[in-house]
Design a protein. Structure first.
Length: 262
C-alpha cells in the first residue's frame, strides 16, 4: 500500500509517532487500550475490543479481553458463547502480521446474515470491523478490533494504512518482549507479572518487591541481609533483563507516578 496516497497528514503522523513511542517504552508490554484511545483522534469508530493471544503447547488461546466501550457482560457473553461464531476468528488464529477490513475478507451478505452479527454485534450497533493481528516468529500476540455502525460506513484506505503502520511496530515490540510467544500463565492475576515476563530470579523478585513496598536504594542490602556489592549485581541483572539503565528508571517502571528520591 502506498501510504503517501492515503490521505495521512502531518498531524496524523504526529499522533502516530506518539503511539509508536508508547509501544516501545511501555512496561511490561504495550497497553492496547491506551493505544486504542489515542487512535480515536485518528480513526472514527464507535466500539473497540482488544485481547492477548497465548501459545500453549502449540494451541492458540485468546484471553484478557478488554474494552472501554463494550459492556463487560457483553464481553463475557462473547467469551462464553459467541467466540465460536465469530466469522473472522479463524483468520486471526494464523500467526501472521495482518491488518484488514472484515468486509475485505468476508462477503458482506454472509457477514450480515451470520449469527454473530445478529446476536452479538447488532445489539451494540456494530457492523463494520477493522482488525489487526500482531504476530512474529510464528506466534500470534494480540488482536485489536475497531467497529463502526452500518450508518457510519466502512473503514477507509487511510484508516487501514494508519493501523497497518501501528501494527508493524506492535509486531516488532512483541517479538522483542516475547520471542517464544506469550504464555498465558505469565499474565494470571495471582502471578508476579514482572518476574514471569522478565524471568527474574527469586532474589531479583525480592528486590522488586521491596522497591514496590517503598524501600529506598540504600536500604536494600540491610533488608536482604546481603552486601552492597551483591545488591549492585542483582540490580544490574534486573536492568539488563528489563532493558533499562538505572535505579530511577526501575522505580518508574514498578511504581508508576512515584518520584525517586534516592
Amino acid at each position: 500500500m502506498n501510504f503517501t496516497n492515503c490521505g495521512i497528514t502531518s498531524q496524523d503522523w504526529y499522533t502516530m509517532n506518539e503511539i509508536i513511542s508508547d509501544i516501545y517504552t511501555a512496561i511490561p508490554y504495550p497497553n492496547l487500550n491506551a493505544i486504542i484511545r489515542k487512535l480515536e483522534s485518528l480513526i472514527l469508530f464507535s466500539h473497540s475490543i482488544s485481547c492477548l493471544i497465548g501459545n500453549n503447547e502449540g494451541n492458540v488461546e485468546f484471553f484478557m479481553y478488554k474494552s472501554d466501550d463494550i459492556p463487560e457482560e457483553h464481553i463475557q457473553l462473547y467469551c462464553k458463547k459467541y467466540i465460536h461464531y465469530d466469522f473472522i476468528l479463524w483468520y486471526c488464529a494464523v500467526p501472521k502480521e495482518l491488518t484488514f477490513r472484515e468486509s475485505d475478507v468476508i462477503v458482506e451478505k454472509y457477514m450480515a446474515e451470520s449469527l454473530f452479527m445478529k446476536e452479538w454485534l447488532s445489539p451494540i450497533n456494530a457492523y463494520y470491523g477493522l482488525v489487526i493481528n500482531t504476530a512474529g516468529y510464528n506466534y500470534s500476540y494480540c488482536n485489536i478490533c475497531l467497529y463502526r455502525s452500518r450508518e457510519e460506513g466502512d473503514f477507509s484506505d487511510r484508516d487501514l494504512a494508519i493501523l497497518k503502520i501501528i501494527n508493524s511496530h506492535l509486531c516488532n515490540r512483541f517479538k522483542e518482549l516475547f520471542p517464544n510467544g506469550i504464555q498465558r500463565s505469565s499474565f494470571d492475576k495471582n502471578s508476579d507479572q514482572f518476574s514471569s515476563i522478565y524471568h527474574l530470579t527469586k532474589r531479583e523478585a525480592e528486590v522488586i518487591q521491596l522497591i514496590c513496598s517503598g524501600t529506598l536504594r540504600h536500604n536494600l542490602a540491610k533488608e536482604l541481609y546481603i552486601s552492597e556489592n551483591t545488591v549492585k549485581k542483582h540490580l544490574n541483572s534486573i536492568y539488563q533483563k528489563m532493558n533499562i539503565q538505572n535505579f530511577e528508571e526501575l522505580v518508574k517502571v514498578v511504581k508508576p507516578g512515584v518520584k525517586y528520591f534516592g
